[in-house]
Design a protein around this ligand. Structure first.
Ligand code: NAD
Length: 486
Protein backbone atom coordinates (compact mmCIF):
# COMPACT_ATOMS: atom_id res chain seq x y z
CA UNK A 1 0.00 0.00 0.00
CA UNK A 2 2.93 2.39 0.58
CA UNK A 3 3.41 2.41 -3.20
CA UNK A 4 -0.17 3.54 -3.67
CA UNK A 5 0.31 6.30 -1.16
CA UNK A 6 3.43 7.68 -2.81
CA UNK A 7 1.58 8.27 -6.09
CA UNK A 8 -1.49 9.65 -4.43
CA UNK A 9 -0.57 12.83 -2.49
CA UNK A 10 -3.50 12.09 -0.16
CA UNK A 11 -3.02 14.92 2.35
CA UNK A 12 -3.20 17.55 -0.37
CA UNK A 13 -5.73 19.36 -2.51
CA UNK A 14 -5.17 19.77 -6.24
CA UNK A 15 -5.61 23.47 -7.02
CA UNK A 16 -4.24 25.22 -10.11
CA UNK A 17 -1.98 22.24 -10.83
CA UNK A 18 -0.33 22.41 -7.38
CA UNK A 19 -0.72 19.94 -4.52
CA UNK A 20 -1.56 22.18 -1.57
CA UNK A 21 -2.33 21.46 2.08
CA UNK A 22 -5.64 22.81 3.30
CA UNK A 23 -5.19 26.49 4.27
CA UNK A 24 -5.97 25.64 7.89
CA UNK A 25 -3.68 22.59 7.78
CA UNK A 26 -6.51 20.23 8.79
CA UNK A 27 -6.67 16.59 7.72
CA UNK A 28 -9.15 13.77 8.26
CA UNK A 29 -8.84 10.01 8.08
CA UNK A 30 -10.37 7.95 5.32
CA UNK A 31 -11.29 4.46 6.48
CA UNK A 32 -11.39 1.03 4.84
CA UNK A 33 -15.00 -0.13 5.39
CA UNK A 34 -14.01 -3.81 5.21
CA UNK A 35 -11.49 -3.62 8.06
CA UNK A 36 -12.59 -0.42 9.87
CA UNK A 37 -8.92 0.68 9.75
CA UNK A 38 -7.58 4.03 8.65
CA UNK A 39 -6.15 4.01 5.11
CA UNK A 40 -4.58 7.47 5.15
CA UNK A 41 -5.29 11.11 5.98
CA UNK A 42 -6.72 13.49 3.42
CA UNK A 43 -6.90 17.28 3.52
CA UNK A 44 -10.00 18.52 5.32
CA UNK A 45 -10.59 21.64 3.24
CA UNK A 46 -12.35 24.83 4.29
CA UNK A 47 -13.90 27.87 2.68
CA UNK A 48 -10.47 29.43 1.97
CA UNK A 49 -9.61 26.40 -0.17
CA UNK A 50 -12.87 26.76 -2.10
CA UNK A 51 -11.90 30.37 -2.79
CA UNK A 52 -8.47 29.34 -4.13
CA UNK A 53 -9.98 26.58 -6.26
CA UNK A 54 -12.56 28.96 -7.76
CA UNK A 55 -9.82 31.49 -8.59
CA UNK A 56 -7.76 28.75 -10.27
CA UNK A 57 -10.68 27.35 -12.26
CA UNK A 58 -11.83 30.88 -13.25
CA UNK A 59 -8.35 31.82 -14.44
CA UNK A 60 -8.03 28.58 -16.40
CA UNK A 61 -11.40 29.24 -18.04
CA UNK A 62 -11.13 32.99 -18.64
CA UNK A 63 -7.52 33.24 -19.80
CA UNK A 64 -5.82 29.82 -19.75
CA UNK A 65 -4.61 27.68 -22.67
CA UNK A 66 -7.58 25.29 -22.31
CA UNK A 67 -9.97 27.84 -23.83
CA UNK A 68 -7.58 30.37 -25.41
CA UNK A 69 -4.95 28.26 -27.18
CA UNK A 70 -6.11 24.67 -27.37
CA UNK A 71 -8.51 23.71 -30.14
CA UNK A 72 -11.43 21.35 -29.64
CA UNK A 73 -9.25 18.64 -31.22
CA UNK A 74 -6.46 19.36 -28.72
CA UNK A 75 -8.92 19.04 -25.85
CA UNK A 76 -10.27 15.79 -27.28
CA UNK A 77 -6.74 14.39 -27.57
CA UNK A 78 -5.98 15.23 -23.94
CA UNK A 79 -9.19 13.50 -22.79
CA UNK A 80 -8.33 10.48 -24.92
CA UNK A 81 -4.85 10.37 -23.39
CA UNK A 82 -6.45 10.42 -19.94
CA UNK A 83 -8.68 7.51 -20.98
CA UNK A 84 -5.60 5.56 -22.05
CA UNK A 85 -3.76 6.25 -18.79
CA UNK A 86 -6.79 5.04 -16.80
CA UNK A 87 -7.48 1.95 -18.92
CA UNK A 88 -3.82 0.96 -19.23
CA UNK A 89 -1.00 1.61 -16.76
CA UNK A 90 -3.21 2.91 -13.93
CA UNK A 91 -6.18 0.56 -14.09
CA UNK A 92 -5.07 -1.79 -11.32
CA UNK A 93 -3.89 1.02 -9.08
CA UNK A 94 -7.21 2.89 -9.41
CA UNK A 95 -9.20 -0.32 -8.90
CA UNK A 96 -7.25 -1.10 -5.71
CA UNK A 97 -7.71 2.43 -4.40
CA UNK A 98 -11.46 2.27 -5.06
CA UNK A 99 -11.78 -1.13 -3.38
CA UNK A 100 -9.80 0.09 -0.36
CA UNK A 101 -11.79 3.27 0.02
CA UNK A 102 -15.36 2.12 -0.60
CA UNK A 103 -15.33 -1.66 -0.15
CA UNK A 104 -16.40 -2.66 -3.66
CA UNK A 105 -15.18 -6.12 -4.67
CA UNK A 106 -11.94 -5.95 -6.66
CA UNK A 107 -13.57 -8.08 -9.40
CA UNK A 108 -15.96 -5.15 -9.97
CA UNK A 109 -13.54 -2.23 -9.67
CA UNK A 110 -11.05 -3.92 -12.02
CA UNK A 111 -13.53 -5.16 -14.59
CA UNK A 112 -16.41 -2.71 -14.38
CA UNK A 113 -15.85 0.60 -12.56
CA UNK A 114 -12.39 1.62 -13.75
CA UNK A 115 -12.76 0.36 -17.35
CA UNK A 116 -16.05 2.30 -17.50
CA UNK A 117 -14.32 5.43 -16.21
CA UNK A 118 -11.82 5.10 -19.07
CA UNK A 119 -14.69 4.55 -21.54
CA UNK A 120 -16.32 7.79 -20.35
CA UNK A 121 -13.22 9.82 -21.19
CA UNK A 122 -12.81 7.97 -24.48
CA UNK A 123 -16.43 8.53 -25.52
CA UNK A 124 -16.57 12.21 -24.55
CA UNK A 125 -13.11 12.84 -26.09
CA UNK A 126 -14.82 12.19 -29.41
CA UNK A 127 -17.50 14.76 -28.62
CA UNK A 128 -15.02 17.65 -28.26
CA UNK A 129 -14.86 18.17 -32.03
CA UNK A 130 -18.55 17.59 -32.63
CA UNK A 131 -20.12 20.36 -30.58
CA UNK A 132 -21.63 23.01 -32.83
CA UNK A 133 -24.62 25.28 -33.29
CA UNK A 134 -27.21 25.50 -36.08
CA UNK A 135 -28.20 27.91 -38.82
CA UNK A 136 -31.88 28.81 -38.56
CA UNK A 137 -34.05 30.54 -41.18
CA UNK A 138 -35.94 33.31 -39.31
CA UNK A 139 -38.75 35.43 -40.75
CA UNK A 140 -37.59 38.66 -42.45
CA UNK A 141 -34.33 39.42 -44.17
CA UNK A 142 -31.88 38.22 -41.57
CA UNK A 143 -29.42 35.43 -41.05
CA UNK A 144 -29.28 33.69 -37.69
CA UNK A 145 -27.11 31.05 -36.24
CA UNK A 146 -26.45 29.58 -32.81
CA UNK A 147 -23.18 28.99 -31.00
CA UNK A 148 -22.75 26.37 -28.32
CA UNK A 149 -20.32 27.74 -25.79
CA UNK A 150 -18.96 26.19 -22.60
CA UNK A 151 -20.75 27.42 -19.48
CA UNK A 152 -17.59 28.24 -17.51
CA UNK A 153 -16.58 26.90 -14.10
CA UNK A 154 -18.49 23.77 -13.07
CA UNK A 155 -18.70 22.59 -9.46
CA UNK A 156 -18.92 18.79 -9.53
CA UNK A 157 -20.19 17.22 -6.27
CA UNK A 158 -20.40 13.43 -6.14
CA UNK A 159 -21.41 10.67 -3.68
CA UNK A 160 -19.50 7.68 -2.31
CA UNK A 161 -21.22 4.77 -4.03
CA UNK A 162 -19.39 4.94 -7.40
CA UNK A 163 -16.72 7.52 -6.54
CA UNK A 164 -14.61 7.44 -9.72
CA UNK A 165 -17.44 6.54 -12.07
CA UNK A 166 -19.87 9.26 -10.95
CA UNK A 167 -17.07 11.82 -11.14
CA UNK A 168 -16.13 10.68 -14.66
CA UNK A 169 -19.72 10.96 -15.97
CA UNK A 170 -19.64 14.65 -15.17
CA UNK A 171 -15.98 15.59 -15.68
CA UNK A 172 -15.62 13.92 -19.09
CA UNK A 173 -18.72 15.61 -20.57
CA UNK A 174 -17.99 19.01 -19.01
CA UNK A 175 -14.34 19.01 -20.16
CA UNK A 176 -15.31 17.88 -23.67
CA UNK A 177 -17.50 21.00 -23.87
CA UNK A 178 -14.54 23.21 -22.81
CA UNK A 179 -15.45 24.00 -19.20
CA UNK A 180 -13.15 23.98 -16.18
CA UNK A 181 -13.94 22.06 -13.00
CA UNK A 182 -13.79 21.96 -9.25
CA UNK A 183 -14.41 18.37 -8.21
CA UNK A 184 -15.56 17.64 -4.67
CA UNK A 185 -15.65 13.91 -3.95
CA UNK A 186 -17.65 12.54 -1.01
CA UNK A 187 -15.79 12.84 2.30
CA UNK A 188 -15.88 9.04 2.72
CA UNK A 189 -14.26 8.26 -0.67
CA UNK A 190 -11.76 10.91 -1.80
CA UNK A 191 -8.89 8.74 -3.08
CA UNK A 192 -9.65 7.96 -6.72
CA UNK A 193 -10.74 11.55 -7.42
CA UNK A 194 -7.35 12.82 -6.24
CA UNK A 195 -5.53 10.25 -8.35
CA UNK A 196 -7.55 11.05 -11.48
CA UNK A 197 -6.77 14.75 -10.91
CA UNK A 198 -3.05 13.89 -11.00
CA UNK A 199 -3.45 11.75 -14.13
CA UNK A 200 -5.31 14.59 -15.88
CA UNK A 201 -2.20 16.76 -15.50
CA UNK A 202 -0.07 13.93 -16.92
CA UNK A 203 -2.45 13.66 -19.87
CA UNK A 204 -1.83 17.30 -20.78
CA UNK A 205 -4.97 18.87 -19.31
CA UNK A 206 -3.58 22.24 -18.20
CA UNK A 207 -3.28 23.25 -14.52
CA UNK A 208 -6.46 24.73 -13.09
CA UNK A 209 -8.77 22.95 -15.53
CA UNK A 210 -9.50 20.08 -13.13
CA UNK A 211 -9.15 21.01 -9.47
CA UNK A 212 -9.91 18.50 -6.70
CA UNK A 213 -10.85 19.62 -3.19
CA UNK A 214 -11.61 17.27 -0.31
CA UNK A 215 -13.63 17.99 2.82
CA UNK A 216 -17.12 17.98 4.28
CA UNK A 217 -20.17 18.72 2.18
CA UNK A 218 -21.48 21.41 4.49
CA UNK A 219 -18.03 23.03 4.84
CA UNK A 220 -16.76 23.10 1.24
CA UNK A 221 -19.75 21.90 -0.82
CA UNK A 222 -22.06 24.64 0.39
CA UNK A 223 -19.70 27.59 -0.34
CA UNK A 224 -19.00 26.07 -3.75
CA UNK A 225 -22.73 26.13 -4.49
CA UNK A 226 -23.08 29.71 -3.23
CA UNK A 227 -20.00 31.08 -5.00
CA UNK A 228 -20.67 33.68 -7.70
CA UNK A 229 -17.55 32.51 -9.57
CA UNK A 230 -19.06 29.07 -10.17
CA UNK A 231 -21.42 28.96 -13.16
CA UNK A 232 -23.01 25.54 -12.72
CA UNK A 233 -23.28 22.79 -10.13
CA UNK A 234 -23.53 19.22 -11.29
CA UNK A 235 -24.56 17.15 -8.29
CA UNK A 236 -25.19 13.47 -7.66
CA UNK A 237 -26.37 12.53 -4.20
CA UNK A 238 -29.35 12.36 -1.93
CA UNK A 239 -32.63 14.16 -2.56
CA UNK A 240 -32.50 16.27 0.67
CA UNK A 241 -29.01 17.62 -0.21
CA UNK A 242 -30.19 18.19 -3.80
CA UNK A 243 -33.10 20.24 -2.46
CA UNK A 244 -30.74 22.31 -0.36
CA UNK A 245 -28.49 22.88 -3.38
CA UNK A 246 -31.50 24.12 -5.39
CA UNK A 247 -32.29 26.64 -2.68
CA UNK A 248 -28.67 27.81 -2.36
CA UNK A 249 -28.16 28.00 -6.13
CA UNK A 250 -31.11 30.39 -6.46
CA UNK A 251 -28.98 33.23 -5.08
CA UNK A 252 -26.76 33.26 -8.16
CA UNK A 253 -29.27 31.66 -10.60
CA UNK A 254 -26.80 28.87 -11.11
CA UNK A 255 -27.34 26.17 -13.70
CA UNK A 256 -27.96 22.77 -12.12
CA UNK A 257 -27.89 19.11 -13.02
CA UNK A 258 -29.26 17.04 -10.13
CA UNK A 259 -29.07 13.25 -10.04
CA UNK A 260 -30.81 12.28 -6.84
CA UNK A 261 -32.23 9.28 -5.03
CA UNK A 262 -34.51 6.52 -6.24
CA UNK A 263 -36.90 3.75 -5.21
CA UNK A 264 -37.05 1.98 -8.50
CA UNK A 265 -39.70 -0.63 -9.35
CA UNK A 266 -38.64 -3.94 -10.89
CA UNK A 267 -41.76 -5.68 -12.24
CA UNK A 268 -41.95 -9.41 -12.95
CA UNK A 269 -44.91 -10.66 -14.98
CA UNK A 270 -45.87 -14.33 -14.83
CA UNK A 271 -45.04 -14.76 -18.54
CA UNK A 272 -41.38 -13.76 -18.03
CA UNK A 273 -38.34 -16.00 -18.32
CA UNK A 274 -38.33 -16.51 -14.56
CA UNK A 275 -34.75 -17.73 -14.29
CA UNK A 276 -33.51 -14.58 -16.04
CA UNK A 277 -35.84 -12.42 -13.94
CA UNK A 278 -34.52 -13.94 -10.69
CA UNK A 279 -30.95 -13.14 -11.80
CA UNK A 280 -32.07 -9.62 -12.79
CA UNK A 281 -33.88 -9.03 -9.50
CA UNK A 282 -30.78 -10.14 -7.58
CA UNK A 283 -28.37 -7.90 -9.53
CA UNK A 284 -30.98 -5.15 -9.41
CA UNK A 285 -30.75 -4.95 -5.63
CA UNK A 286 -27.56 -6.68 -4.49
CA UNK A 287 -25.10 -5.23 -7.04
CA UNK A 288 -22.71 -2.83 -5.26
CA UNK A 289 -24.33 -3.92 -1.93
CA UNK A 290 -27.48 -2.06 -2.89
CA UNK A 291 -25.68 1.29 -2.80
CA UNK A 292 -26.98 2.10 -6.26
CA UNK A 293 -29.23 5.06 -7.00
CA UNK A 294 -31.14 2.99 -9.59
CA UNK A 295 -31.39 -0.16 -7.41
CA UNK A 296 -34.53 -2.20 -8.08
CA UNK A 297 -35.55 -1.88 -4.45
CA UNK A 298 -39.30 -2.44 -4.97
CA UNK A 299 -39.81 -5.84 -6.54
CA UNK A 300 -43.34 -6.33 -7.88
CA UNK A 301 -44.16 -9.97 -8.64
CA UNK A 302 -47.34 -11.19 -10.33
CA UNK A 303 -49.28 -13.16 -7.71
CA UNK A 304 -49.40 -16.47 -9.62
CA UNK A 305 -45.58 -16.83 -9.62
CA UNK A 306 -44.78 -15.01 -6.38
CA UNK A 307 -43.96 -17.99 -4.13
CA UNK A 308 -41.86 -19.85 -6.70
CA UNK A 309 -40.02 -16.64 -7.63
CA UNK A 310 -39.21 -15.62 -4.07
CA UNK A 311 -37.95 -19.09 -3.19
CA UNK A 312 -35.46 -18.86 -6.08
CA UNK A 313 -34.43 -15.31 -5.21
CA UNK A 314 -33.87 -16.34 -1.60
CA UNK A 315 -31.55 -19.12 -2.80
CA UNK A 316 -29.52 -16.61 -4.84
CA UNK A 317 -29.34 -14.11 -1.96
CA UNK A 318 -28.09 -16.76 0.44
CA UNK A 319 -25.47 -17.98 -2.05
CA UNK A 320 -23.91 -14.52 -2.54
CA UNK A 321 -20.39 -14.54 -1.19
CA UNK A 322 -19.71 -11.56 1.04
CA UNK A 323 -16.41 -10.77 2.76
CA UNK A 324 -12.94 -9.45 1.93
CA UNK A 325 -13.39 -7.23 -1.14
CA UNK A 326 -9.83 -8.02 -2.26
CA UNK A 327 -10.75 -11.71 -2.63
CA UNK A 328 -11.56 -12.12 -6.36
CA UNK A 329 -14.46 -14.45 -5.47
CA UNK A 330 -16.24 -11.91 -3.24
CA UNK A 331 -19.47 -10.58 -4.72
CA UNK A 332 -20.73 -8.41 -1.85
CA UNK A 333 -18.55 -5.93 0.01
CA UNK A 334 -19.26 -3.97 3.20
CA UNK A 335 -21.54 -0.94 3.32
CA UNK A 336 -19.67 2.34 3.16
CA UNK A 337 -19.78 3.19 6.89
CA UNK A 338 -21.06 2.13 10.29
CA UNK A 339 -23.71 4.87 9.97
CA UNK A 340 -24.95 3.47 6.67
CA UNK A 341 -25.05 -0.09 8.05
CA UNK A 342 -27.01 1.06 11.09
CA UNK A 343 -29.41 3.05 8.96
CA UNK A 344 -30.10 -0.05 6.82
CA UNK A 345 -30.69 -2.21 9.91
CA UNK A 346 -32.95 0.54 11.29
CA UNK A 347 -35.06 0.30 8.12
CA UNK A 348 -35.32 -3.47 8.50
CA UNK A 349 -36.53 -3.00 12.09
CA UNK A 350 -39.04 -0.39 10.92
CA UNK A 351 -40.22 -2.81 8.21
CA UNK A 352 -40.76 -5.52 10.83
CA UNK A 353 -42.69 -3.15 13.08
CA UNK A 354 -44.96 -2.20 10.15
CA UNK A 355 -45.70 -5.86 9.38
CA UNK A 356 -43.08 -6.87 6.78
CA UNK A 357 -41.65 -10.35 7.14
CA UNK A 358 -37.93 -10.98 6.71
CA UNK A 359 -37.51 -13.85 4.26
CA UNK A 360 -33.72 -13.84 4.51
CA UNK A 361 -30.93 -11.61 5.89
CA UNK A 362 -31.94 -8.58 7.92
CA UNK A 363 -28.82 -8.63 10.07
CA UNK A 364 -25.14 -7.80 10.14
CA UNK A 365 -22.73 -10.75 10.33
CA UNK A 366 -20.33 -10.73 13.27
CA UNK A 367 -16.72 -9.58 12.84
CA UNK A 368 -15.00 -6.54 11.37
CA UNK A 369 -16.41 -4.55 8.48
CA UNK A 370 -19.75 -2.83 7.91
CA UNK A 371 -21.45 -5.80 6.25
CA UNK A 372 -25.20 -6.41 5.94
CA UNK A 373 -26.54 -9.75 4.74
CA UNK A 374 -28.58 -9.67 1.51
CA UNK A 375 -32.13 -9.10 2.68
CA UNK A 376 -35.58 -9.84 1.25
CA UNK A 377 -38.62 -8.34 2.95
CA UNK A 378 -42.15 -9.39 2.03
CA UNK A 379 -44.32 -6.31 2.39
CA UNK A 380 -46.56 -3.77 0.67
CA UNK A 381 -46.06 -0.50 -1.21
CA UNK A 382 -47.25 1.71 1.68
CA UNK A 383 -44.61 0.63 4.17
CA UNK A 384 -41.72 2.98 4.98
CA UNK A 385 -39.30 0.42 3.51
CA UNK A 386 -41.13 0.71 0.18
CA UNK A 387 -41.32 4.51 0.22
CA UNK A 388 -37.89 5.65 1.39
CA UNK A 389 -34.52 4.99 -0.19
CA UNK A 390 -32.62 2.47 2.01
CA UNK A 391 -29.43 2.40 -0.09
CA UNK A 392 -28.45 -1.10 0.99
CA UNK A 393 -28.98 -4.75 -0.04
CA UNK A 394 -32.64 -4.77 1.00
CA UNK A 395 -35.45 -5.50 -1.43
CA UNK A 396 -39.17 -5.25 -0.65
CA UNK A 397 -41.17 -7.91 -2.50
CA UNK A 398 -44.75 -6.89 -3.26
CA UNK A 399 -47.37 -8.98 -5.11
CA UNK A 400 -49.63 -7.52 -7.85
CA UNK A 401 -52.68 -8.76 -9.75
CA UNK A 402 -52.94 -7.01 -13.13
CA UNK A 403 -50.96 -4.90 -15.62
CA UNK A 404 -52.79 -1.77 -14.42
CA UNK A 405 -51.89 -2.62 -10.81
CA UNK A 406 -48.23 -2.99 -11.77
CA UNK A 407 -48.15 0.44 -13.43
CA UNK A 408 -50.07 2.13 -10.62
CA UNK A 409 -47.84 0.64 -7.91
CA UNK A 410 -44.68 1.45 -9.88
CA UNK A 411 -45.70 5.10 -10.14
CA UNK A 412 -46.84 5.40 -6.51
CA UNK A 413 -43.55 6.85 -5.32
CA UNK A 414 -41.96 10.28 -4.99
CA UNK A 415 -39.03 9.10 -7.15
CA UNK A 416 -38.61 8.33 -10.84
CA UNK A 417 -35.06 7.32 -11.63
CA UNK A 418 -35.29 3.87 -13.21
CA UNK A 419 -37.48 0.79 -13.61
CA UNK A 420 -37.31 -2.77 -14.83
CA UNK A 421 -39.93 -5.00 -16.47
CA UNK A 422 -39.73 -8.74 -17.15
CA UNK A 423 -42.11 -10.27 -19.70
CA UNK A 424 -42.08 -12.26 -22.96
CA UNK A 425 -44.94 -10.12 -24.30
CA UNK A 426 -43.41 -7.34 -26.39
CA UNK A 427 -46.59 -5.24 -26.35
CA UNK A 428 -46.80 -5.40 -22.58
CA UNK A 429 -43.16 -4.33 -22.33
CA UNK A 430 -43.65 -1.28 -24.56
CA UNK A 431 -46.92 -0.31 -22.84
CA UNK A 432 -45.20 -0.47 -19.48
CA UNK A 433 -42.24 1.56 -20.80
CA UNK A 434 -44.62 4.31 -21.93
CA UNK A 435 -46.63 4.43 -18.74
CA UNK A 436 -43.94 4.24 -16.06
CA UNK A 437 -42.64 7.60 -14.84
CA UNK A 438 -38.91 6.96 -14.78
CA UNK A 439 -35.86 8.21 -16.65
CA UNK A 440 -34.71 4.68 -17.61
CA UNK A 441 -36.69 1.51 -18.36
CA UNK A 442 -34.88 -1.81 -18.60
CA UNK A 443 -36.79 -4.58 -20.39
CA UNK A 444 -35.69 -8.12 -19.48
CA UNK A 445 -32.45 -6.74 -18.07
CA UNK A 446 -31.32 -4.43 -15.26
CA UNK A 447 -28.46 -2.01 -14.48
CA UNK A 448 -27.28 -1.53 -18.07
CA UNK A 449 -25.34 1.67 -18.77
CA UNK A 450 -23.43 3.09 -21.69
CA UNK A 451 -21.64 6.43 -22.13
CA UNK A 452 -23.94 7.20 -25.11
CA UNK A 453 -27.31 6.53 -23.43
CA UNK A 454 -28.85 9.37 -21.37
CA UNK A 455 -29.46 8.72 -17.68
CA UNK A 456 -31.36 10.81 -15.14
CA UNK A 457 -34.49 11.22 -13.12
CA UNK A 458 -38.17 12.14 -13.25
CA UNK A 459 -39.84 13.70 -10.19
CA UNK A 460 -37.78 13.79 -6.95
CA UNK A 461 -34.97 11.84 -8.64
CA UNK A 462 -33.71 15.09 -10.15
CA UNK A 463 -33.41 16.73 -13.56
CA UNK A 464 -30.95 17.17 -16.38
CA UNK A 465 -29.47 14.14 -18.09
CA UNK A 466 -26.01 12.62 -17.80
CA UNK A 467 -24.30 10.68 -20.60
CA UNK A 468 -24.73 10.92 -24.34
CA UNK A 469 -25.43 14.05 -26.36
CA UNK A 470 -27.78 15.37 -23.68
CA UNK A 471 -24.95 15.55 -21.17
CA UNK A 472 -22.74 17.51 -23.56
CA UNK A 473 -25.57 19.97 -24.21
CA UNK A 474 -26.12 20.34 -20.46
CA UNK A 475 -22.57 21.71 -20.19
CA UNK A 476 -23.04 24.35 -22.88
CA UNK A 477 -24.90 27.65 -23.23
CA UNK A 478 -26.67 28.38 -26.51
CA UNK A 479 -26.07 31.83 -27.97
CA UNK A 480 -28.21 33.14 -30.85
CA UNK A 481 -26.59 35.55 -33.33
CA UNK A 482 -28.72 37.76 -35.65
CA UNK A 483 -27.32 39.47 -38.76
CA UNK A 484 -29.46 42.02 -40.58
CA UNK A 485 -29.28 41.46 -44.34
CA UNK A 486 -31.26 44.54 -45.40
P1 NAD B 1 -25.16 13.03 -0.01
O1 NAD B 1 -26.25 13.81 -0.65
O2 NAD B 1 -25.10 12.97 1.45
O3 NAD B 1 -23.73 13.60 -0.48
C1 NAD B 1 -23.40 13.74 -1.84
C2 NAD B 1 -22.29 14.76 -1.97
O4 NAD B 1 -22.79 16.04 -1.56
C3 NAD B 1 -21.08 14.49 -1.08
O5 NAD B 1 -19.91 14.85 -1.79
C4 NAD B 1 -21.29 15.44 0.09
O6 NAD B 1 -20.10 15.82 0.71
C5 NAD B 1 -21.93 16.62 -0.60
N1 NAD B 1 -22.75 17.48 0.27
C6 NAD B 1 -23.37 17.14 1.43
N2 NAD B 1 -24.03 18.22 1.93
C7 NAD B 1 -23.83 19.24 1.06
C8 NAD B 1 -24.27 20.59 1.02
N3 NAD B 1 -25.04 21.09 1.97
N4 NAD B 1 -23.90 21.35 -0.03
C9 NAD B 1 -23.12 20.84 -1.02
N5 NAD B 1 -22.66 19.59 -1.02
C10 NAD B 1 -23.02 18.78 0.00
O7 NAD B 1 -25.25 11.61 -0.70
P2 NAD B 1 -24.40 10.33 -0.38
O8 NAD B 1 -24.90 9.81 0.92
O9 NAD B 1 -22.95 10.61 -0.56
O10 NAD B 1 -24.83 9.37 -1.57
C11 NAD B 1 -25.97 8.60 -1.57
C12 NAD B 1 -27.10 9.27 -2.35
O11 NAD B 1 -26.70 9.55 -3.69
C13 NAD B 1 -28.31 8.39 -2.47
O12 NAD B 1 -29.48 9.12 -2.19
C14 NAD B 1 -28.32 7.98 -3.94
O13 NAD B 1 -29.54 7.64 -4.47
C15 NAD B 1 -27.73 9.17 -4.60
N6 NAD B 1 -27.17 8.81 -5.90
C16 NAD B 1 -27.84 9.19 -7.03
C17 NAD B 1 -27.36 8.84 -8.27
C18 NAD B 1 -28.07 9.26 -9.53
O14 NAD B 1 -27.49 9.18 -10.59
N7 NAD B 1 -29.29 9.70 -9.45
C19 NAD B 1 -26.18 8.11 -8.37
C20 NAD B 1 -25.52 7.74 -7.21
C21 NAD B 1 -26.03 8.11 -5.96
Amino acid sequence: MSELHSTLRPGRLLIGGEWLSAQNGATRATVNPATEEKITDVADGGEADVELAVQAARKAFDSGPWTQKMTAADRGRALYKLAQLIAGPHRDELAELETLDCGKPISETKNIDIPMVAEMFEYFAGWSTKIHGDTIPPRGNAFTYTLREPIGVIGVIVPWNFPALMASWKIAAALAAGNTIILKPAELTPLTALRIGGLALEAGIPPGVLNVITGKGTVIGRPLVRHAGVDKISFTGSTPVGQEIMREAAGTVKRLTLELGGKSPNVVFADADLEAAVRGAATGIFYNKGEVCAAGSRLFIEESVRDEFLEKLKGRAEALKYGDPFDPKTRLGPQISAGQRDSILGYVAKGRSEGASVMTGGEAPSGKGYFVKPTILAGNNDMTVAREEIFGPVVVAIPFGSFEDAVRLSNTTAFGLASGVWTRDVKKAHRYARQVKAGTVWVNTYNMYDPSVPFGGFKASGFGRELGAEAVHNYTETKSVWIDLN
